[in-house]
Ligand binder design. Structure first.
Ligand code: SF4
Length: 177
């Protein structure tokens, strides 16, 4: 009885974020680049506290390039026809999914990528021993497709080396979006 009345009192938030796979599962990171054993709890706590639903994106590198034991590679090593096609198709599926929410008046607050990644980087990518300005391949394809379809969802990058700053960015996204 108690449980059913609790369910009746809940309302869905209609607020969604789309999140790069490894933010919920560091086990898919390239070998030795994981920063947490599993999910990033501080990040998930923020989403849970604000009642935001999470859609976990697939990890393209796992699906297409070397699996769980792969080594860290620069963007140029991934940037071939096959991988780009995979990311283009994936972007199309992601945008279809986003559109489904938007059509029903849900708010898609953002897409959360991962800085320094050749695939999911938003402002910075790995370039040998240093980091350079640039976007990962999936984020490039997502942005281009959104541009073509004439809609915009904010894309924010989490920097695993600077979680404090990243959490602040996510908090302001949740507050003002
Ligand atoms: S950043 Fe993207 S490609 Fe890299 S491990 Fe995370 S989800 Fe996979």
């Amino acid at each position: 009885m108690y449980i059913s009345s609790l369910w009746l009192s809940m309302e869905r938030s209609k607020r969604i974020v789309f999140v790069s796979h490894c933010l919920l599962n560091q086990n898919v990171r390239a070998f030795s680049t994981e920063k947490y054993p599993g999910m990033i709890k501080e990040l998930m706590d923020i989403f849970a506290e604000s009642g935001v639903g999470i859609v976990q994106l697939p990890c393209p590198q796992i699906e297409m390039n070397g699996g769980l034991d792969r080594k860290l590679k620069q963007k140029s090593a991934y940037d071939n026809k096959q991988y780009r096609k995979y990311c283009t198709n994936l972007s199309s599926d992601i945008l279809k999914s986003i559109e489904k929410y938007l059509q029903k008046n849900y708010k898609v607050l953002g897409i959360i990528g991962v800085e320094m990644s050749s695939t999911c980087g938003v402002h910075q990518i790995e370039n040998g021993t240093k980091h350079s300005p640039g976007k990962g391949i999936l984020m490039e394809e997502l942005e281009e497709l959104m541009h073509k379809k004439n809609f915009q969802v904010p894309i924010i990058g989490v920097n695993l080396n600077n979680m404090y700053n990243s959490l602040e960015k996510i908090q302001s996204l949740l507050k003002y979006a």
